[in-house]
Write a protein that binds this ligand. Structure first.
Ligand code: NAG
Ligand code: NAG
Ligand code: NAG
Length: 385
């Protein structure tokens, strides 16, 4: 059987296009590998191998990013209006004008790995209705939220399964991970396993502008929700009476000053520099208290090296005030932190996804109404007297 020449031509055109596409694809990914790498030897054993571009699932990322395109807030937007009509501006700042893509990594860090029933790392099909909003179930909820958000905006995502640190409370594990990832990315964003991105279509670059996270900012963290506990008083203050920053959300930028700060923070309990720091190794609130007790007073020479994000924008959740002695009404407007009410985290996460899908679907109803809307003409008046 001979191939007709027109088919032949079509086939050649197709093959040539395919080769061009492949080349473009390779060039695109090679380009994305260019990230600022700064070597500040810290001697720590490295578990980190950069496996880009094969991870994370590039094809899903492309599809998701494309899907969300119609509702994604542009980096340079001056404001964002949430579904309830509340408008948030960018502070009139334009520190960040272009999407940073792989220069930003979102990392989940845990000594646990959710691979039990309905866990994200379990190969068996997940039953969403059976996912629990606490324990390992909540971790999967948060990891999916963080991963999806990274896919929408083209950020990198890592799940770091950490080893426990002898003599240290578990929350200490994140510091060396952040330090290590800073060698590969411009920004490292860490969020606790009960902290969720509320508005999936709002990029970090817009929030950086809003929060005045500039090219000179080393670390940004939200102000903690103040809580009064029976017999202990105000447990959210440092020894100088300043409200602590909550280490459940850490945004760090790869700058020499940041590495100095991370070293001082990690080495604080050795007491070589900060006498009395050793007690925070295994006393709550561990590394969180260390940052607020010591580091923030010594590493903020320009006033913008450390950014305090308003509590209500990156901490708490609606209805937190009054619970267990909480005195601040921090609503988690951009990042919700379900410290005291884990069981609503799952609903909040699925509502967040559904909100964006609803917006997309609604846009499509509007755009295609001519094709999908069948308008029945009014019935003729019956002539009954
Ligand atoms: C908010 O953003 C919209 C869309 O870009 C713009 O038209 C509007 O002027 C902005 N409003 C304010 C108050 O900046
Ligand atoms: C924002 O940060 C810049 C430094 O990049 C600083 O000069 C300015 O005062 C800050 N603005 C506010 C409102 O904090
Ligand atoms: C906790 O601190 C806040 C203000 O920072 C203050 O209003 C409150 O009275 C303090 N409560 C206690 C018990 O120290």
């Amino acid at each position: 059987m001979s191939i007709p020449s027109s088919t032949h031509r079509t086939l050649s055109v197709f093959l040539v296009s395919l080769v061009i596409l492949l080349l473009l694809h390779c060039a695109f990914h090679a380009g994305s590998l260019r990230v600022p790498i700064q070597n500040v030897g810290d001697g720590a054993a490295s578990a980190y191998q950069d496996k880009r571009p094969s991870s994370p699932a590039p094809s899903l990322g492309k599809l998701v990013s494309e899907l969300y395109k119609p509702i994604k807030l542009p980096t340079t937007a001056t404001n964002y209006t949430d579904p309830q009509g509340e408008t948030y501006d960018n502070g009139g700042r334009t520190h960040w004008k272009k999407p940073m893509g792989h220069d930003i990594v979102i990392v989940d860090i845990d000594t646990r790995i959710p691979k039990g029933e309905n866990g994200v790392f379990n190969p068996d099909k997940m039953d969403w209705t059976a996912v629990q909003s606490w324990g390992p179930g909540l971790l999967s909820v948060a990891h999916m939220n963080h991963f999806l958000y990274a896919q929408i905006h083209g950020y990198d995502y890592k799940y770091w399964h950490a080893q426990k640190m002898e003599g240290h409370g578990d929350s200490w594990i994140k510091l060396h991970v952040i330090r290590e990832l800073l060698h590969k990315h411009r920004f490292v964003i860490f969020m606790d396993g009960d902290a969720l991105i509320q508005h999936l279509q709002v990029p970090l670059e817009f929030l950086f502008n809003r929060w005045n996270i500039s090219s000179g900012t080393s670390i940004a963290m939200p102000i903690d929700t103040q809580q009064i506990r029976d017999g202990e008083g105000n447990i959210s203050l440092d020894s100088k009476g300043e409200v602590v920053l909550n280490a459940g959300v850490i945004m760090a930028q790869n700058l020499p000053h940041t590495h100095d700060m991370m070293r001082a923070w990690i080495e604080c309990p050795t007491e070589l520099r900060y006498p009395g720091c050793g007690r925070w190794k295994d006393t709550w609130s561990h590394e969180q208290r260390v940052f607020s007790e010591y580091i923030r007073y010594d590493y903020n020479p320009n006033g913008n090296n450390i950014v305090k994000i308003p509590c209500t924008e990156a901490n708490g959740f609606p209805g937190i005030v009054g619970r267990e002695g909480v005195i601040d009404d921090c609503k988690g407007e951009f990042i919700r932190h379900f410290t005291l009410e884990k069981y609503v985290a799952k609903t909040s996460m699925s509502d967040g996804i559904m909100q964006t899908l609803a917006e997309l679907l609604q846009k499509n109803f509007a755009a295609n109404h001519k094709q999908i809307l069948v308008e029945e003409p009014p019935r003729a008046q019956s002539s009954k007297a």
